[in-house]
Design a protein around this ligand. Structure first.
Ligand SMILES: Nc1nc2c(c(=O)[nH]1)N[C@H]1C(S)=C(S)[C@@H](COP(=O)(O)O)O[C@H]1N2
Ligand SMILES: [Mo]
Length: 537
């Protein structure tokens, strides 16, 4: 795998290493080892937790199980747009890290789908290339269980005295942690307190940070990537610099988790492996029993076996995953985030200098001839369950009205871009054609094809089409729409991800349900690439 890091990121890494390991060695060599802080830990009292009750051991291992799934599916999502940025426009060459050797060519269109990378299915779930749809299913099926487990854990932590071993109650923990760190970093193992009752200072703040800092940041940065949150609570992604900042930090949190897991397992092994595992499985401080070790091996084997099952499900039963994800999150999404109406926040100065393109440009003569004649012969067909089916030229639509919005586009693959879009509010059109009472869904058909052939289309609920900023755009950044961005007409529905915004629209159909069109999953990507089922009826 290729890894490209901006020089400043390498410098930050070196500074971080010098400031920690380097400083520890300096202190050790110049001043000698600090006093062993573990010896200063007060003796165990009756108020201190003793051992690890079953609920705690269970939540520890459940957490492990889901964390592995979340990390693996997250890596698969990342591979679909293998670049991380701090700027919302995702301009080529501004990524601080990339996991692809490819520089975005500037002499031809280079779509985001072409840019997706292969990832070994041993590492990613489901791995391979451009499997973002299934990877998102895994990510979003597991996240609710991970959160639920975490919440139960935290509640029980504070309902019992177990919080005492985790939550520092004195600032002394900081200098003490440093002292422990100097010991570890210079390979002078300090005296270890018995983890059955106490942790050392560094152990305590590490665990505390993973639970009370990393997990919440992972959750918040995850939420900050949702289009419907970003376009309604604009300040929220800005807590992390930008929407792409949130994505970058989400990745860094994952790295911190992986780093933690590696060091944690190494320390558990180095400080009395089977005894420590007895603590975290059978609530025993036995130094001779191997039961904890056997149970742990069993849990790891189960996790590996599940990885095989997950692989099989991904390739043999993808629809189960797609439907499970929708059943768990789809409803919730409709009742919560999707209720927010998008707001216009951006102004001209925010417009991205670059805007990625995606999808296959149409190849049909019909479309080419239209563009050759400046789209003068273009007629948008609007039919289906409407009282007043019409065919409209661009000129007709321009007379009906125009709305201009500057918004952020969120591609499911991970990139974003801010652009101005000008066109006819769908609301005006809907009022004009008068949908029958049974209509729930609008289908937008394209002149172009999907990745695996066949007409590209997507569906939207009538409700979402009536939202502010839902428009049929013929203008991008104050210029007529370019061929690669969707000329003559494309869709903008701002609460949605990019793949729902059909380009090169040929026809709009009003339907009772999305289930009767295409393969019945609500869109070309939903049909063929197992993207999230968002279609609502
Ligand atoms: N007809 C058609 N429309 C499409 C696509 C496509 O492949 N075909 N790709 C979608 C995806 S995944 C995205 S992110 C946006 C990209 O729009 P842009 O190329 O203008 O950036 O278009 C959407 N509309
Ligand atoms: Mo996309």
């Amino acid at each position: 795998m290729f890894l490209g890091l901006k020089p400043y990121a390498i410098i930050i890494l070196i500074v971080l290493l010098l400031a920690t390991v380097g400083a520890a060695w300096f202190q050790y060599l110049v001043f000698g080892l600090p006093a062993d802080p573990s010896l200063l830990i007060p003796p165990v009292t009756a108020a201190d937790p003793k051992g690890f009750p079953l609920w705690l051991a269970l939540s520890h291992w459940v957490n492990f199980f889901f964390l592995i799934l979340i990390i693996r599916s997250g890596l698969s999502i990342l591979a679909d747009h293998p670049r991380l940025y701090w700027n919302n426009g995702c301009s080529p060459n501004t990524e601080w890290i990339r996991f692809t050797p490819i520089k975005v060519p500037d002499n031809k269109t280079w779509t985001a789908k072409e840019d997706a990378r292969y990832l070994s299915p041993v590492i990613g779930l489901p791995g391979y290339r451009h499997s973002v749809g299934l990877a998102r299913s895994w990510h979003f099926i597991t996240v609710p269980f991970f959160l639920l487990n975490g919440m139960v854990y935290i509640v029980l932590l504070f309902f019992t005295n177990q919080w005492k071993r985790l939550v520092p109650v004195s600032w002394k923990v900081l200098p003490d942690s440093w002292k422990v760190f100097v010991h570890y970093a210079t390979f002078n193992m300090p005296v270890e307190p018995n983890g059955f009752y106490h942790y050392n200072a560094l152990q305590q703040i590490s665990y505390f940070a993973v639970i009370f800092i990393l997990a919440p940041i992972a959750m918040l940065t995850g939420m900050a990537m949702s289009p419907a949150i970003e376009n309604r609570f604009h300040w929220f992604p800005r807590l992390f610099g930008s929407r792409q900042g949130a994505r970058s930090i989400h990745f860094l949190v994952m790295l911190a988790y992986v780093g933690f897991i590696i060091i944690h397992v190494a320390m558990v092994a180095a400080t009395g492996f089977s005894r420590n595992l007895n603590h975290m499985t059978i609530n025993s401080d036995s130094t001779t029993s191997y039961t904890g070790l056997y149970i742990t091996i069993g849990i790891i084997l189960f996790t590996v076996a599940f990885a095989f099952l997950a692989h099989w499900l991904s390739w043999q039963r993808p629809r189960i995953l797609q439907h499970t994800e929708a059943a768990i999150n789809g409803q919730l999404w409709q009742l919560s985030i999707n209720k927010f109406k998008p707001k216009v926040y951006y102004s001209q100065k925010d417009i991205s200098p670059y805007f990625w393109t995606n999808g296959k440009t149409p190849v049909s003569d019909e479309w080419k001839n239209l563009l050759a004649n400046d789209s003068k012969d273009y007629k948008l067909k609007i039919d289906g369950l409407v009282e007043n089916p019409v065919e409209l030229s661009l000129e007709d639509m321009m007379k009906l009205g125009k709305e201009q919005n500057i918004t952020m586009h969120h591609c499911v693959q991970g990139w974003t871009g801010i652009a101005e879009w000008g066109g006819l509010p769908l609301k005006t059109l809907i009022e004009m054609v008068k949908p029958k009472a049974s209509v729930t869904t609008l289908v937008f058909y394209s002149f172009g094809e999907g990745l695996y052939g066949g007409t590209y289309y997507d569906t939207h609920s009538l409700d979402n089409c009536l939202k502010p900023e839902s428009i049929l755009a013929w203008e991008m950044n104050y210029k007529p729409l370019s061929p690669e961005h969707g000329a003559p007409l494309r869709l903008r529905v701002e609460n949605q991800l990019g793949y729902k915004m059909v380009k090169w629209i040929s026809r709009i159909e009003f339907l009772e349900t999305y289930k009767t069109t295409g393969k019945g999953f609500g869109g070309k990507n939903e049909d063929d690439e197992y993207y999230d089922l968002l279609a609502d009826t």
